[in-house]
Design a protein. Sequence first.
Length: 155
Amino acid sequence: MIGTLIITQGGLAREFLAAAREIAGDLVQFEAVSLEWSDGLDEAKAKVAPALARLDTGEGVLVLADTFGGTPCNVALAFHVPGHVEVVTGVNLPMVMRLACRGSRRDTDLATVARALQERGRQSICIASEVRARCNGATAVAGELAAGVGAGDRT
């Protein structure tokens, strides 16, 4: 099973994991490491290394970090080994939930999961007015179709 490690500064990593557990229940092979704002690179690596070791069951570990170039990301990149430890930045709750919903599936390799997660993260960023316009437009067309009004009949 692919392990999942969430790394952020402050308590955000713990909160992402707590929210996912509240929604999805117990999450096996998930851990969170919240770095202190004052942690240096060596201190941060010392916190992350044991978590990676616990999560590594041979199928790889996916590390979710907050911001590319920030300390959590830089720490994760120090452990990056293609095909074994992969790093995805820009962690958000929909990304964590997507992994939580995968459960203990073993049908996909680490790189494929990382790419799918990146896409899920992108898809979860929405502008409300655009989404509502699409929904309202779809609702209007569906209502017209239900009433027997064709698209060419609209004024």
